[in-house]
Design a protein around this ligand. Structure first.
Ligand code: G1P
Ligand code: ZN
Length: 553
Protein backbone atom coordinates (compact mmCIF):
# COMPACT_ATOMS: atom_id res chain seq x y z
CA UNK A 1 0.00 0.00 0.00
CA UNK A 2 1.57 3.28 -1.03
CA UNK A 3 1.02 6.57 0.69
CA UNK A 4 1.77 10.19 0.24
CA UNK A 5 2.15 12.82 2.91
CA UNK A 6 1.02 16.41 2.85
CA UNK A 7 2.02 18.56 5.75
CA UNK A 8 0.21 21.00 7.95
CA UNK A 9 2.51 22.65 10.47
CA UNK A 10 0.06 23.00 13.35
CA UNK A 11 -1.82 19.74 13.53
CA UNK A 12 0.68 17.36 12.00
CA UNK A 13 0.21 15.88 8.57
CA UNK A 14 -2.09 13.52 6.79
CA UNK A 15 -1.06 10.31 5.12
CA UNK A 16 -3.25 9.09 2.30
CA UNK A 17 -4.36 5.46 2.20
CA UNK A 18 -4.88 3.86 -1.17
CA UNK A 19 -7.70 1.60 -0.17
CA UNK A 20 -9.21 0.73 3.21
CA UNK A 21 -8.36 -2.48 5.03
CA UNK A 22 -11.48 -4.58 4.98
CA UNK A 23 -10.61 -7.07 7.70
CA UNK A 24 -10.40 -4.83 10.75
CA UNK A 25 -13.45 -6.14 12.54
CA UNK A 26 -12.80 -6.31 16.27
CA UNK A 27 -13.79 -9.65 17.85
CA UNK A 28 -14.72 -10.62 21.41
CA UNK A 29 -11.91 -8.47 22.72
CA UNK A 30 -10.50 -6.03 20.22
CA UNK A 31 -8.69 -6.42 16.94
CA UNK A 32 -6.48 -9.50 17.03
CA UNK A 33 -4.31 -10.55 14.08
CA UNK A 34 -0.89 -11.98 13.37
CA UNK A 35 2.07 -9.71 14.11
CA UNK A 36 2.87 -9.92 10.41
CA UNK A 37 -0.52 -8.51 9.50
CA UNK A 38 -0.03 -5.62 11.91
CA UNK A 39 3.33 -4.90 10.25
CA UNK A 40 1.70 -4.38 6.88
CA UNK A 41 2.10 -0.82 5.73
CA UNK A 42 -0.49 1.42 7.45
CA UNK A 43 -2.50 -1.47 8.91
CA UNK A 44 -2.02 -0.43 12.54
CA UNK A 45 -2.15 3.26 11.61
CA UNK A 46 -5.55 2.94 10.00
CA UNK A 47 -7.08 1.09 12.94
CA UNK A 48 -5.70 3.67 15.38
CA UNK A 49 -7.02 6.45 13.14
CA UNK A 50 -10.48 4.86 13.24
CA UNK A 51 -10.27 4.74 17.04
CA UNK A 52 -9.29 8.40 17.28
CA UNK A 53 -12.10 9.41 14.96
CA UNK A 54 -14.69 7.38 16.86
CA UNK A 55 -13.84 7.39 20.57
CA UNK A 56 -15.78 10.20 22.27
CA UNK A 57 -13.77 13.06 23.80
CA UNK A 58 -10.44 12.70 21.96
CA UNK A 59 -9.96 16.42 21.48
CA UNK A 60 -8.57 17.62 24.83
CA UNK A 61 -9.01 14.22 26.49
CA UNK A 62 -6.67 11.96 28.47
CA UNK A 63 -5.86 8.48 27.16
CA UNK A 64 -4.17 5.54 28.89
CA UNK A 65 -1.86 3.44 26.69
CA UNK A 66 0.20 0.34 27.45
CA UNK A 67 0.45 -3.32 26.74
CA UNK A 68 1.61 -6.76 27.73
CA UNK A 69 5.14 -6.27 26.41
CA UNK A 70 4.82 -8.51 23.41
CA UNK A 71 6.59 -7.92 20.11
CA UNK A 72 5.13 -4.77 18.57
CA UNK A 73 4.26 -3.12 21.90
CA UNK A 74 6.87 -0.35 21.72
CA UNK A 75 6.31 0.41 18.06
CA UNK A 76 2.56 0.69 18.64
CA UNK A 77 2.96 2.97 21.65
CA UNK A 78 5.25 5.25 19.67
CA UNK A 79 2.76 5.42 16.83
CA UNK A 80 -0.19 6.08 19.17
CA UNK A 81 1.73 8.88 20.89
CA UNK A 82 2.34 10.65 17.59
CA UNK A 83 -1.14 10.09 16.21
CA UNK A 84 -2.71 11.01 19.56
CA UNK A 85 -0.86 14.34 19.50
CA UNK A 86 -2.03 14.96 15.95
CA UNK A 87 -5.60 14.29 17.03
CA UNK A 88 -5.47 16.81 19.86
CA UNK A 89 -5.38 14.64 22.99
CA UNK A 90 -4.29 16.70 26.00
CA UNK A 91 -2.40 13.85 27.63
CA UNK A 92 -1.37 10.26 27.18
CA UNK A 93 -0.52 8.29 30.29
CA UNK A 94 1.78 5.41 29.51
CA UNK A 95 4.10 3.25 31.57
CA UNK A 96 7.74 2.33 32.03
CA UNK A 97 8.68 -0.01 29.20
CA UNK A 98 5.07 0.19 28.07
CA UNK A 99 4.21 -2.61 30.52
CA UNK A 100 0.63 -2.41 31.67
CA UNK A 101 -1.71 -5.27 32.47
CA UNK A 102 -5.28 -5.08 31.27
CA UNK A 103 -6.81 -4.78 34.77
CA UNK A 104 -4.19 -2.19 35.75
CA UNK A 105 -5.07 -0.20 32.61
CA UNK A 106 -8.72 -0.34 33.56
CA UNK A 107 -7.85 1.04 36.98
CA UNK A 108 -5.74 3.87 35.54
CA UNK A 109 -8.51 4.92 33.15
CA UNK A 110 -10.91 5.21 36.07
CA UNK A 111 -8.44 6.87 38.40
CA UNK A 112 -7.45 9.58 35.91
CA UNK A 113 -10.93 10.17 34.43
CA UNK A 114 -9.50 9.31 31.04
CA UNK A 115 -11.69 9.08 27.95
CA UNK A 116 -10.50 5.49 27.70
CA UNK A 117 -7.47 3.43 26.90
CA UNK A 118 -5.71 1.48 24.20
CA UNK A 119 -4.29 -1.82 25.42
CA UNK A 120 -1.81 -3.56 23.16
CA UNK A 121 -2.25 -7.26 23.60
CA UNK A 122 -3.54 -10.40 21.98
CA UNK A 123 -4.28 -11.65 25.49
CA UNK A 124 -3.48 -15.36 25.80
CA UNK A 125 -2.41 -15.81 22.17
CA UNK A 126 1.26 -16.44 21.50
CA UNK A 127 3.48 -13.44 20.72
CA UNK A 128 6.60 -12.57 18.74
CA UNK A 129 7.15 -11.89 15.03
CA UNK A 130 5.42 -15.19 14.22
CA UNK A 131 2.77 -14.85 16.89
CA UNK A 132 -0.17 -12.51 17.33
CA UNK A 133 -0.67 -8.87 18.19
CA UNK A 134 -3.80 -7.06 19.23
CA UNK A 135 -5.35 -3.69 19.96
CA UNK A 136 -8.06 -3.43 22.60
CA UNK A 137 -10.09 -0.28 23.08
CA UNK A 138 -11.52 0.56 26.48
CA UNK A 139 -14.03 3.25 27.28
CA UNK A 140 -14.25 5.87 29.99
CA UNK A 141 -15.63 3.37 32.53
CA UNK A 142 -12.39 1.39 32.15
CA UNK A 143 -14.09 -1.54 30.46
CA UNK A 144 -13.87 -3.04 26.97
CA UNK A 145 -15.62 -0.89 24.39
CA UNK A 146 -19.26 -1.86 23.94
CA UNK A 147 -20.29 -3.36 20.63
CA UNK A 148 -21.82 -0.06 19.48
CA UNK A 149 -18.36 1.54 19.69
CA UNK A 150 -16.41 -1.31 18.11
CA UNK A 151 -18.99 -1.44 15.30
CA UNK A 152 -18.52 2.28 14.73
CA UNK A 153 -14.72 1.89 14.71
CA UNK A 154 -15.04 -0.91 12.20
CA UNK A 155 -17.39 1.10 10.00
CA UNK A 156 -14.86 3.92 10.07
CA UNK A 157 -12.04 1.66 8.87
CA UNK A 158 -14.13 0.82 5.81
CA UNK A 159 -14.13 4.32 4.40
CA UNK A 160 -10.84 5.66 5.69
CA UNK A 161 -8.85 7.63 3.14
CA UNK A 162 -6.11 9.12 5.28
CA UNK A 163 -4.71 9.26 8.77
CA UNK A 164 -3.22 12.07 10.82
CA UNK A 165 0.15 11.96 12.49
CA UNK A 166 3.15 14.00 13.58
CA UNK A 167 6.88 13.49 13.22
CA UNK A 168 8.53 13.11 16.59
CA UNK A 169 11.44 11.05 17.83
CA UNK A 170 10.39 8.11 20.03
CA UNK A 171 9.86 8.93 23.71
CA UNK A 172 12.11 6.94 26.01
CA UNK A 173 10.01 4.60 28.09
CA UNK A 174 12.77 3.13 30.21
CA UNK A 175 12.14 5.34 33.21
CA UNK A 176 9.57 7.66 34.78
CA UNK A 177 9.23 10.98 33.03
CA UNK A 178 7.12 13.73 31.58
CA UNK A 179 7.43 14.92 27.99
CA UNK A 180 5.46 16.84 25.45
CA UNK A 181 4.67 16.25 21.83
CA UNK A 182 3.37 19.54 20.50
CA UNK A 183 0.72 20.52 23.03
CA UNK A 184 0.14 16.98 24.27
CA UNK A 185 1.70 15.81 27.53
CA UNK A 186 3.16 12.33 27.74
CA UNK A 187 3.40 11.01 31.27
CA UNK A 188 5.44 7.86 31.77
CA UNK A 189 4.36 6.35 35.08
CA UNK A 190 5.00 3.15 36.96
CA UNK A 191 2.33 0.79 35.66
CA UNK A 192 2.48 -1.43 38.72
CA UNK A 193 2.25 0.90 41.72
CA UNK A 194 -1.34 2.12 41.46
CA UNK A 195 -2.59 -1.38 40.91
CA UNK A 196 -0.82 -2.63 44.01
CA UNK A 197 -2.30 0.16 46.12
CA UNK A 198 -5.72 -0.85 44.88
CA UNK A 199 -5.13 -4.48 45.88
CA UNK A 200 -4.01 -3.35 49.33
CA UNK A 201 -7.34 -1.61 49.77
CA UNK A 202 -9.29 -4.74 48.87
CA UNK A 203 -7.44 -7.44 50.80
CA UNK A 204 -5.86 -7.99 54.20
CA UNK A 205 -2.21 -8.47 53.27
CA UNK A 206 -1.10 -9.11 56.86
CA UNK A 207 -3.44 -12.06 57.14
CA UNK A 208 -2.30 -13.54 53.82
CA UNK A 209 1.38 -12.99 54.68
CA UNK A 210 1.01 -14.77 57.98
CA UNK A 211 -0.84 -17.67 56.43
CA UNK A 212 1.57 -18.35 53.57
CA UNK A 213 4.59 -17.99 55.83
CA UNK A 214 3.23 -20.79 58.01
CA UNK A 215 4.03 -23.78 55.85
CA UNK A 216 1.81 -22.87 52.93
CA UNK A 217 4.24 -22.54 50.00
CA UNK A 218 2.83 -20.98 46.83
CA UNK A 219 3.97 -20.85 43.21
CA UNK A 220 2.92 -18.28 40.66
CA UNK A 221 3.64 -18.56 36.93
CA UNK A 222 3.66 -15.36 34.87
CA UNK A 223 4.39 -17.32 31.69
CA UNK A 224 6.99 -14.68 30.68
CA UNK A 225 4.18 -12.17 30.25
CA UNK A 226 2.88 -8.97 31.82
CA UNK A 227 2.13 -10.12 35.37
CA UNK A 228 5.81 -10.75 36.25
CA UNK A 229 6.54 -7.28 37.64
CA UNK A 230 3.19 -7.15 39.46
CA UNK A 231 3.53 -10.62 40.96
CA UNK A 232 7.14 -10.16 42.05
CA UNK A 233 6.31 -6.96 43.92
CA UNK A 234 3.17 -8.45 45.43
CA UNK A 235 4.09 -12.00 46.30
CA UNK A 236 7.84 -11.82 46.82
CA UNK A 237 7.81 -8.22 48.02
CA UNK A 238 4.74 -7.36 50.09
CA UNK A 239 3.68 -10.88 50.98
CA UNK A 240 7.27 -11.98 51.62
CA UNK A 241 7.03 -15.28 49.77
CA UNK A 242 10.52 -16.62 49.02
CA UNK A 243 12.35 -15.43 45.88
CA UNK A 244 11.56 -17.81 43.08
CA UNK A 245 7.88 -18.02 44.05
CA UNK A 246 7.17 -16.12 40.83
CA UNK A 247 8.24 -18.20 37.88
CA UNK A 248 8.88 -16.85 34.38
CA UNK A 249 8.55 -13.39 35.88
CA UNK A 250 10.22 -11.22 33.24
CA UNK A 251 7.98 -10.11 30.36
CA UNK A 252 9.53 -11.25 27.06
CA UNK A 253 8.55 -10.11 23.58
CA UNK A 254 7.77 -13.65 22.50
CA UNK A 255 6.85 -14.97 25.98
CA UNK A 256 9.89 -17.21 25.70
CA UNK A 257 8.12 -19.14 22.98
CA UNK A 258 5.37 -20.25 25.34
CA UNK A 259 1.67 -19.77 24.91
CA UNK A 260 0.63 -17.43 27.73
CA UNK A 261 -2.68 -19.10 28.45
CA UNK A 262 -3.18 -20.31 32.03
CA UNK A 263 -4.78 -23.69 31.53
CA UNK A 264 -3.72 -27.29 32.05
CA UNK A 265 -2.32 -27.55 28.52
CA UNK A 266 -0.30 -24.36 28.25
CA UNK A 267 0.68 -23.92 31.90
CA UNK A 268 1.69 -27.55 32.16
CA UNK A 269 4.89 -26.95 34.10
CA UNK A 270 2.98 -25.32 36.93
CA UNK A 271 0.13 -27.83 36.69
CA UNK A 272 2.62 -30.70 37.06
CA UNK A 273 4.19 -29.04 40.10
CA UNK A 274 0.82 -28.93 41.84
CA UNK A 275 -0.93 -31.97 40.49
CA UNK A 276 2.01 -34.37 40.58
CA UNK A 277 4.42 -32.87 43.10
CA UNK A 278 4.33 -32.15 46.80
CA UNK A 279 6.34 -28.95 47.08
CA UNK A 280 3.50 -26.44 46.92
CA UNK A 281 0.10 -26.02 48.55
CA UNK A 282 -1.17 -23.45 46.07
CA UNK A 283 -0.39 -22.54 42.49
CA UNK A 284 -1.68 -19.90 40.11
CA UNK A 285 -0.95 -18.52 36.68
CA UNK A 286 -2.13 -15.58 34.60
CA UNK A 287 -2.29 -14.97 30.87
CA UNK A 288 -0.40 -12.62 28.54
CA UNK A 289 -2.15 -9.42 29.61
CA UNK A 290 -2.94 -10.47 33.18
CA UNK A 291 -6.70 -10.70 33.10
CA UNK A 292 -7.08 -14.49 33.24
CA UNK A 293 -6.22 -16.77 36.14
CA UNK A 294 -5.87 -20.45 36.86
CA UNK A 295 -6.06 -21.69 40.46
CA UNK A 296 -4.52 -24.96 41.61
CA UNK A 297 -4.20 -26.66 44.95
CA UNK A 298 -2.04 -29.65 45.78
CA UNK A 299 -3.53 -32.40 43.61
CA UNK A 300 -6.46 -30.17 42.74
CA UNK A 301 -7.44 -28.09 39.71
CA UNK A 302 -10.14 -25.49 40.31
CA UNK A 303 -12.53 -25.21 37.45
CA UNK A 304 -13.03 -21.49 36.69
CA UNK A 305 -16.81 -21.79 36.95
CA UNK A 306 -16.37 -23.29 40.41
CA UNK A 307 -13.88 -20.58 41.26
CA UNK A 308 -16.53 -17.90 40.72
CA UNK A 309 -18.95 -19.86 42.91
CA UNK A 310 -16.36 -20.25 45.69
CA UNK A 311 -15.45 -16.55 45.64
CA UNK A 312 -19.14 -15.66 45.80
CA UNK A 313 -19.85 -18.05 48.66
CA UNK A 314 -16.86 -16.79 50.68
CA UNK A 315 -16.74 -13.14 49.64
CA UNK A 316 -17.14 -12.03 53.24
CA UNK A 317 -13.59 -13.25 53.95
CA UNK A 318 -12.19 -10.23 52.07
CA UNK A 319 -12.41 -6.75 53.61
CA UNK A 320 -13.64 -5.30 50.29
CA UNK A 321 -16.70 -7.54 50.15
CA UNK A 322 -17.53 -7.94 53.86
CA UNK A 323 -20.68 -5.91 53.48
CA UNK A 324 -22.10 -8.39 50.98
CA UNK A 325 -22.57 -8.55 47.24
CA UNK A 326 -25.21 -6.66 45.28
CA UNK A 327 -25.43 -9.47 42.76
CA UNK A 328 -23.32 -11.68 40.51
CA UNK A 329 -23.14 -12.48 36.82
CA UNK A 330 -21.69 -15.19 34.66
CA UNK A 331 -21.39 -15.66 30.92
CA UNK A 332 -23.90 -18.06 29.40
CA UNK A 333 -21.44 -20.95 28.81
CA UNK A 334 -20.11 -20.67 32.39
CA UNK A 335 -21.56 -23.38 34.65
CA UNK A 336 -24.47 -22.63 36.92
CA UNK A 337 -22.38 -23.30 40.05
CA UNK A 338 -22.58 -19.62 40.99
CA UNK A 339 -26.36 -19.57 40.44
CA UNK A 340 -26.84 -22.03 43.29
CA UNK A 341 -24.74 -19.89 45.64
CA UNK A 342 -26.52 -16.70 44.58
CA UNK A 343 -29.86 -18.31 45.29
CA UNK A 344 -28.65 -19.33 48.72
CA UNK A 345 -27.41 -15.80 49.42
CA UNK A 346 -30.62 -14.38 48.00
CA UNK A 347 -28.84 -12.10 45.54
CA UNK A 348 -29.44 -11.54 41.83
CA UNK A 349 -27.59 -13.67 39.30
CA UNK A 350 -27.37 -12.61 35.64
CA UNK A 351 -26.52 -14.68 32.58
CA UNK A 352 -24.74 -12.67 29.87
CA UNK A 353 -23.21 -13.45 26.46
CA UNK A 354 -19.54 -14.42 26.25
CA UNK A 355 -17.16 -11.45 26.61
CA UNK A 356 -16.33 -9.17 29.51
CA UNK A 357 -17.95 -6.14 27.91
CA UNK A 358 -21.37 -7.54 28.76
CA UNK A 359 -20.68 -7.18 32.49
CA UNK A 360 -19.90 -3.47 32.13
CA UNK A 361 -23.41 -2.06 32.37
CA UNK A 362 -24.33 -4.30 35.31
CA UNK A 363 -21.17 -3.25 37.16
CA UNK A 364 -21.68 0.43 36.36
CA UNK A 365 -25.29 0.24 37.51
CA UNK A 366 -24.23 -1.38 40.78
CA UNK A 367 -26.35 -4.44 40.07
CA UNK A 368 -23.44 -6.87 40.47
CA UNK A 369 -20.27 -7.00 42.56
CA UNK A 370 -18.62 -10.16 41.20
CA UNK A 371 -18.67 -11.74 37.76
CA UNK A 372 -16.86 -14.37 35.80
CA UNK A 373 -16.45 -16.56 32.78
CA UNK A 374 -15.56 -20.22 32.35
CA UNK A 375 -12.55 -19.11 30.31
CA UNK A 376 -10.45 -18.39 33.42
CA UNK A 377 -11.82 -14.89 33.92
CA UNK A 378 -13.02 -13.56 37.27
CA UNK A 379 -13.45 -10.01 38.44
CA UNK A 380 -15.34 -7.50 40.52
CA UNK A 381 -16.47 -3.90 40.58
CA UNK A 382 -12.94 -2.74 41.55
CA UNK A 383 -12.15 -2.37 37.81
CA UNK A 384 -14.04 -3.06 34.59
CA UNK A 385 -11.91 -5.95 33.34
CA UNK A 386 -11.37 -9.44 34.61
CA UNK A 387 -8.39 -9.50 36.90
CA UNK A 388 -6.02 -12.45 37.24
CA UNK A 389 -3.91 -11.34 40.20
CA UNK A 390 -6.97 -10.06 42.05
CA UNK A 391 -8.49 -13.55 41.81
CA UNK A 392 -5.30 -15.13 43.15
CA UNK A 393 -5.23 -12.75 46.12
CA UNK A 394 -8.92 -13.35 46.75
CA UNK A 395 -8.31 -17.10 46.86
CA UNK A 396 -5.37 -16.66 49.23
CA UNK A 397 -7.53 -14.42 51.40
CA UNK A 398 -10.25 -17.05 51.67
CA UNK A 399 -7.76 -19.84 52.38
CA UNK A 400 -6.04 -17.76 55.04
CA UNK A 401 -9.37 -17.02 56.72
CA UNK A 402 -10.58 -20.63 56.55
CA UNK A 403 -7.12 -22.02 57.23
CA UNK A 404 -7.67 -24.93 54.90
CA UNK A 405 -6.35 -26.42 51.68
CA UNK A 406 -7.81 -25.83 48.23
CA UNK A 407 -9.00 -29.44 48.10
CA UNK A 408 -10.80 -29.11 51.43
CA UNK A 409 -12.44 -25.87 50.39
CA UNK A 410 -13.70 -27.43 47.17
CA UNK A 411 -15.07 -30.54 48.93
CA UNK A 412 -16.84 -28.41 51.52
CA UNK A 413 -18.31 -26.32 48.73
CA UNK A 414 -19.67 -29.28 46.81
CA UNK A 415 -21.01 -30.93 49.95
CA UNK A 416 -23.01 -27.83 50.60
CA UNK A 417 -24.15 -26.78 47.11
CA UNK A 418 -23.74 -29.89 44.96
CA UNK A 419 -21.27 -30.11 42.09
CA UNK A 420 -21.53 -28.88 38.52
CA UNK A 421 -19.30 -31.23 36.56
CA UNK A 422 -18.01 -29.12 33.75
CA UNK A 423 -15.65 -29.23 30.81
CA UNK A 424 -14.89 -27.27 27.67
CA UNK A 425 -13.64 -29.00 24.55
CA UNK A 426 -11.93 -26.80 21.98
CA UNK A 427 -11.33 -27.80 18.39
CA UNK A 428 -8.77 -25.27 17.21
CA UNK A 429 -7.73 -24.11 13.76
CA UNK A 430 -10.39 -25.98 11.83
CA UNK A 431 -11.33 -24.69 8.42
CA UNK A 432 -13.82 -21.84 8.78
CA UNK A 433 -16.02 -23.35 6.13
CA UNK A 434 -16.30 -26.67 7.94
CA UNK A 435 -16.89 -24.95 11.27
CA UNK A 436 -19.65 -22.76 9.90
CA UNK A 437 -21.36 -25.65 8.15
CA UNK A 438 -21.31 -27.72 11.32
CA UNK A 439 -22.68 -24.83 13.34
CA UNK A 440 -25.39 -23.87 10.90
CA UNK A 441 -26.51 -27.44 10.47
CA UNK A 442 -26.98 -27.85 14.21
CA UNK A 443 -28.72 -24.49 14.43
CA UNK A 444 -31.25 -25.60 11.83
CA UNK A 445 -31.84 -28.83 13.75
CA UNK A 446 -32.56 -27.10 17.08
CA UNK A 447 -36.35 -26.80 16.72
CA UNK A 448 -36.63 -30.53 16.01
CA UNK A 449 -34.74 -31.51 19.17
CA UNK A 450 -37.32 -30.62 21.83
CA UNK A 451 -38.33 -33.64 23.92
CA UNK A 452 -35.73 -35.94 22.34
CA UNK A 453 -33.62 -38.04 24.67
CA UNK A 454 -30.04 -36.90 25.13
CA UNK A 455 -27.28 -38.10 27.46
CA UNK A 456 -29.64 -39.95 29.79
CA UNK A 457 -32.18 -37.13 30.01
CA UNK A 458 -34.36 -35.29 27.52
CA UNK A 459 -34.07 -31.93 25.81
CA UNK A 460 -36.19 -29.22 27.42
CA UNK A 461 -34.92 -26.27 25.40
CA UNK A 462 -32.75 -25.83 22.32
CA UNK A 463 -32.05 -22.34 21.03
CA UNK A 464 -29.50 -19.76 19.97
CA UNK A 465 -28.90 -17.62 23.07
CA UNK A 466 -30.21 -14.09 22.95
CA UNK A 467 -29.60 -11.46 25.65
CA UNK A 468 -31.50 -8.39 26.67
CA UNK A 469 -29.27 -6.07 28.67
CA UNK A 470 -31.14 -5.42 31.94
CA UNK A 471 -29.70 -1.91 32.14
CA UNK A 472 -30.30 -0.44 28.68
CA UNK A 473 -32.55 -3.11 27.12
CA UNK A 474 -30.23 -3.53 24.12
CA UNK A 475 -30.54 -6.94 22.47
CA UNK A 476 -27.60 -9.17 21.52
CA UNK A 477 -28.61 -12.33 19.72
CA UNK A 478 -27.00 -15.41 18.20
CA UNK A 479 -24.62 -15.92 21.11
CA UNK A 480 -24.30 -19.69 21.02
CA UNK A 481 -26.36 -22.83 20.51
CA UNK A 482 -27.79 -24.21 23.73
CA UNK A 483 -29.15 -27.66 24.40
CA UNK A 484 -30.71 -27.70 27.85
CA UNK A 485 -31.80 -30.96 29.44
CA UNK A 486 -34.58 -31.80 31.91
CA UNK A 487 -32.06 -32.83 34.57
CA UNK A 488 -30.31 -29.45 34.46
CA UNK A 489 -27.44 -30.59 32.26
CA UNK A 490 -26.39 -28.34 29.37
CA UNK A 491 -24.38 -28.59 26.17
CA UNK A 492 -23.41 -25.40 24.38
CA UNK A 493 -21.69 -24.81 21.06
CA UNK A 494 -19.97 -21.59 20.02
CA UNK A 495 -17.48 -20.42 17.46
CA UNK A 496 -14.66 -18.44 19.03
CA UNK A 497 -14.36 -14.72 18.35
CA UNK A 498 -10.71 -14.45 19.35
CA UNK A 499 -8.86 -17.03 17.25
CA UNK A 500 -6.59 -15.95 14.42
CA UNK A 501 -6.16 -19.22 12.51
CA UNK A 502 -9.22 -20.71 10.86
CA UNK A 503 -12.06 -21.26 13.33
CA UNK A 504 -12.19 -22.60 16.84
CA UNK A 505 -15.23 -24.61 17.84
CA UNK A 506 -15.99 -24.64 21.55
CA UNK A 507 -18.21 -27.27 23.16
CA UNK A 508 -19.24 -26.61 26.75
CA UNK A 509 -20.52 -29.53 28.80
CA UNK A 510 -22.19 -29.40 32.18
CA UNK A 511 -23.95 -31.86 34.50
CA UNK A 512 -25.24 -31.16 37.98
CA UNK A 513 -24.97 -33.67 40.81
CA UNK A 514 -26.68 -32.70 44.07
CA UNK A 515 -24.87 -32.62 47.39
CA UNK A 516 -25.80 -36.20 48.26
CA UNK A 517 -24.70 -37.61 44.87
CA UNK A 518 -21.28 -38.79 43.76
CA UNK A 519 -19.09 -35.72 44.11
CA UNK A 520 -15.74 -37.32 43.35
CA UNK A 521 -15.89 -38.40 39.75
CA UNK A 522 -13.48 -37.46 37.04
CA UNK A 523 -15.30 -34.70 35.08
CA UNK A 524 -14.64 -36.33 31.69
CA UNK A 525 -16.25 -39.52 33.00
CA UNK A 526 -19.16 -37.72 34.59
CA UNK A 527 -19.77 -36.00 31.25
CA UNK A 528 -19.05 -38.99 29.01
CA UNK A 529 -22.69 -39.46 27.89
CA UNK A 530 -23.05 -35.82 26.93
CA UNK A 531 -19.71 -35.86 25.08
CA UNK A 532 -20.77 -38.88 23.05
CA UNK A 533 -24.21 -37.53 22.26
CA UNK A 534 -23.09 -34.12 21.06
CA UNK A 535 -20.41 -35.68 18.91
CA UNK A 536 -22.94 -37.86 17.16
CA UNK A 537 -25.58 -35.11 16.89
CA UNK A 538 -23.26 -32.40 15.56
CA UNK A 539 -20.98 -34.85 13.72
CA UNK A 540 -17.92 -33.21 15.21
CA UNK A 541 -15.37 -35.98 14.68
CA UNK A 542 -16.78 -36.75 11.28
CA UNK A 543 -16.84 -33.19 9.98
CA UNK A 544 -13.60 -31.89 11.51
CA UNK A 545 -11.62 -35.08 11.02
CA UNK A 546 -10.32 -34.59 14.56
CA UNK A 547 -10.50 -37.60 16.83
CA UNK A 548 -10.17 -35.49 19.94
CA UNK A 549 -10.30 -31.83 20.92
CA UNK A 550 -7.13 -29.70 20.78
CA UNK A 551 -7.64 -28.51 24.35
CA UNK A 552 -9.78 -30.04 27.07
CA UNK A 553 -10.39 -27.94 30.13
C1 G1P B 1 -12.59 -16.15 24.69
C2 G1P B 1 -13.39 -16.64 25.87
C3 G1P B 1 -14.24 -15.53 26.43
C4 G1P B 1 -13.37 -14.34 26.78
C5 G1P B 1 -12.51 -13.95 25.57
C6 G1P B 1 -11.51 -12.88 25.93
O1 G1P B 1 -13.45 -15.74 23.66
O2 G1P B 1 -14.20 -17.75 25.53
O3 G1P B 1 -14.92 -15.99 27.56
O4 G1P B 1 -14.14 -13.25 27.17
O5 G1P B 1 -11.80 -15.07 25.09
O6 G1P B 1 -10.62 -13.29 26.92
P1 G1P B 1 -13.84 -16.67 22.43
O7 G1P B 1 -12.54 -17.08 21.77
O8 G1P B 1 -14.53 -17.87 23.00
O9 G1P B 1 -14.73 -15.83 21.58
ZN1 ZN C 1 -6.20 -11.85 28.59
Amino acid sequence: MSNSAFSSPTSGYKVALNSPFTDQKPGTSGLRKSSKQFEECNYLESFIEAIFRTLPGVNGGILVVGGDGRYGNRRAIDLILRMGAAHGLSKIITTVNGILSTPAASHLIRKHNAIGGIILSASHNSGGPDGDFGVKVNGANGGPAPESLTDAIYACTQTLEEYKTIDHPPILLDSLGQYSIRSMIVEVIDGVEDYISLMQKLFDFDQIRLFISDNFPIAFDSLNAVTGPYARRLFEGLLKAPLGTVRNGIPLEDFGGCHPDPNLTYAKELADLLLKGNDYCFGAACDGDGDRNMILGRGCFVNPSDSLAVLTANANCAPAYKKGLSGVARSMPTSAAVDVVAKDLDIACFETPTGWKFFGNLLDAGQITLCGEESFGTGSNHVREKDGIWAVLFWLQILSEKKCSVTDLMSQHWRRYGRHYYSRHDYEAISSEIALELYERLELMLPTLLGKSFGGSSISCADNFSYIDPVNASVTDKQGLRILLEDGSRVILRLSGTGTKGSTLRIYLERYVSSNGNLNQNPQEALADLIKQIDSLAEITHRTGMKKPTVIT
